[in-house]
Design a binder for this molecule. Structure first.
Ligand SMILES: Nc1ncnc2c1ncn2[C@@H]1O[C@H](COP(=O)(O)OP(=O)(O)OC[C@H]2O[C@@H]([n+]3cccc(C(=O)O)c3)[C@H](O)[C@@H]2O)[C@@H](O)[C@H]1O
Ligand SMILES: Nc1ncnc2c1ncn2[C@@H]1O[C@H](COP(=O)(O)OP(=O)(O)OP(=O)(O)O)[C@@H](O)[C@H]1O
Ligand SMILES: NC(=O)CC[C@H](N)C(=O)O
Length: 564
């Protein structure tokens, strides 16, 4: 980001390169190399300092990996090497990394200021988030309130992610003479988060009367997607510079000393808009989450069962946008209940996305299994027979995963996973899911959205990628004749409304009834939600999209005698 705006002709006092990068958790040496690459680019820009996101050297969140002695030793070694690299007179480095606390008791989520060939200063995160998906307090010890670091004559105050979410650290830094606030973050995407970050940054900047630089990590890490979206606010809380969303980027921002104190020279306010397109954000999060999961776990691509229904169609479109059609394989596995329309729709779907589609009929395999069970179990009841079909597909898809070396993508959505409408070891087979935290009603909205939008960086084609017939058909598992999901479940708009109130809003039944939902249905949905906990614990991970996913955000007992 070049300097523009009213201070153009004044020499900057300090220029900082924001390195919005995508680390790999555990790849300490690789992450250090990334930091050095960013530093080389920053040197070309004439920057004084390169800033990296929270815990960049190890990657965030490191979970219990950070408890290993060898991991801390590797981080210490790389910090020493990075410090030595700054002896060349080029930019200083502000690198977040874990460290053992000075008294040897516990580990800190720290940040190191490396300049002139040495560690100029360091500090540790004070506020440790211990809610939702965050377990910082499990592995880290809180640091002491930090003092500003003086660099090139500027007193820089640093807040590490959650430190910005509460007033204590910013208040302390302001009181102790900070002139500029730097905030390295590991802040995962969720719907509504962007506005909250902007509001909090503005609040801290205004209260401290200081400009604030918010730098976030980007990339997928298991269930979390870090969306980047870094920005700078001035002392009035106005956003004056932004970095891209869901992509790596570096930008050099210049600061000068003005009448009121340190000021940002990069006035990019015109470019800043509060982009509130939830569907676009969700799409980008699913794409980046899947792309990084597959890349970071070392798969060349994915395979999935394509039924002609909306969930697998949408999962396929996300996979193609993330990985490219050549790295995605789809398989139709028709049973005796599979309609010709499903077969045709799946074919059109694969054709539109340019994906190779194979067909593996399951009729004979299911018949053989039924026959094998005959003597012991007699004629199979409805549910057993349905699940046997889903499990046959699971076995065959996992065999194809083994054979082709491709990860099996699971297609279950949040509505189904909430109420247990899926077969364990059947359609729940697989390594990862993009729809796990997306309600069925949003699945439909996303399909319509993708048919009219091609998001930036998408590897899939323009235009309609999900045939209209798939979007307008009533959802069906096609596990028995003329079956639709609505035989077993309330209509999806009602189900999703109730689930949202139970899961995201955590409302008691009485409040949901007071909001207009029929009590019998609310109780039934709540019962299904509680009873399906065992299934969710065995479900593959999937991209976090909402403020409360069905994994770390919601930790419920499986054996649970509580009924409301
Ligand atoms: N608390 C608990 N802890 C551990 N295990 C527990 C358990 N409760 C049951 N189980 C086990 O789980 C079994 C029941 O689970 P499971 O075998 O999966 O079967 P179940 O949940 O009974 O049935 C699957 C449901 O999902 C529907 N479905 C299936 C496939 C696709 C779709 C779709 O549209 O996407 C829908 C299907 O129509 C049916 O309503 C029990 O027989 C028992 O073995
Ligand atoms: N005939 C089929 N061919 C290939 N895969 C299938 C078939 N039927 C089911 N599957 C796989 O099992 C998953 C669960 O499918 P099912 O049709 O039972 O329910 P669904 O949740 O409505 O999913 P979809 O909307 O994709 O059909 C599908 O998404 C798909 O991956
Ligand atoms: N890494 C952190 O401290 C993240 C916590 C913070 N509340 C966020 O989501 O941005």
């Amino acid at each position: 980001m070049s300097s523009s705006g009213s201070f153009n002709n004044e020499a900057p006092l300090l220029s900082i390169t924001l390195a919005q990068l995508n680390p790999t958790v555990g790849d300490v040496v690789g992450n250090a190399a990334k930091a050095l690459e960013a530093r080389a680019r920053a040197a070309e820009d004439g920057a004084d300092l390169v800033m990296l996101p929270e815990l960049f050297l190890l990657g965030y969140p490191p979970e219990d990996l950070v408890l290993r002695r060898s991991v801390l030793a590797a981080c210490e070694r790389e910090i020493a090497k990075l410090a030595a690299s700054t002896a060349d007179g080029g930019p200083a480095l502000f690198v977040p990394a874990p460290r053992r606390a000075a008294d040897g008791e516990g580990i800190e989520n720290a940040a190191f200021f490396l300049a002139d060939g040495k560690i100029l200063a360091s500090q540790a995160k004070v506020e440790l988030p211990n809610y939702g998906v965050f377990d910082d307090a499990r592995v880290f010890r809180p640091g002491a309130l930090p003092d500003p670091i003086t660099f090139r004559g500027v007193r820089i105050g640093c807040l590490i992610c959650e430190d910005m979410w509460l007033p204590r650290v910013a208040d302390h830094l302001a009181k102790h003479g900070a002139e500029l606030l730097l905030v390295p973050n590991g802040s995962p995407f969720e719907l509504g988060k962007r506005r909250r970050r902007h509001e909090l940054a503005a609040e801290r900047a205004r209260a401290a009367n200081l400009p604030l630089v918010y730098l976030n990590q980007v990339g997928g890490q298991d269930e979390l997607v870090f969306d980047g979206d870094s920005f700078v606010v001035d002392r009035t809380g106005r956003i004056v510079a932004t970095l891209p969303r869901f992509a790596e980027a570096t930008a050099t921002i210049e600061f000068r000393r003005g009448d009121a104190g340190i000021e940002c020279l990069s006035l990019g306010a015109d470019e800043v808009g509060e982009d509130d397109d939830d569907l676009a954000d969700v799409w980008q999060a699913m794409v980046l989450g899947l792309r990084d999961y597959v890349r970071k776990t070392g798969f060349p691509g994915i395979v999935l069962g394509l039924s002609g229904g909306i969930d697998s169609a949408l999962s396929l479109a996300v996979a193609v946008d993330a990985l490219g059609a050549q790295n995605v394989r789809a398989v139709r596995l028709p049973s005796k209940y599979t309609s010709q329309q499903s077969m045709d729709d799946a074919q059109e779907n694969a054709d539109r996305l340019g994906v190779q589609l194979d067909t593996v009929p399951i009729v004979e395999t299911v018949a053989a299994l039924e026959h094998t069970l005959d003597e012991t179990a007699g004629a199979l009841n409805d549910l057993t027979a349905q699940n046997l079909q889903a499990r046959t597909r699971g076995v065959l898809l996992m065999a194809l995963s083994n054979q082709l070396g491709l990860m099996l993508l699971t297609t279950g959505n949040k509505s189904e996973m909430s109420v247990g409408y899926a077969t364990l070891y059947g359609d729940m087979c697989g390594g990862y899911s993009v729809l796990k935290d997306v309600y069925k009603t949003m699945v439909f909205d996303l399909a319509k959205w993708r048919n009219t939008h091609r998001p930036p960086g998408a590897l899939g084609p323009n235009g309609v990628v999900i045939p209209e017939a798939i979007i307008v058909r009533p959802p069906s598992a096609e596990l028995k004749p003329d079956q639709t999901d609505q035989d077993n479940l309330p209509p999806y708009d009602q189900l999703d409304r109730i689930l949202h109130m139970l899961i995201e809003d955590e409302l008691p039944v009485a409040d949901i009834v007071a909001a207009g939902e029929p009590e019998a249905i609310v109780r039934r949905v709540q019962k299904m939600l509680y009873a399906a906990e065992y299934k969710r614990r065995q479900a593959p991970p999937g991209v976090k999209i909402t403020p409360r996913n069905l994994s770390r955000d919601r930790r419920w007992p499986i054996a649970n005698g509580w009924r409301e």
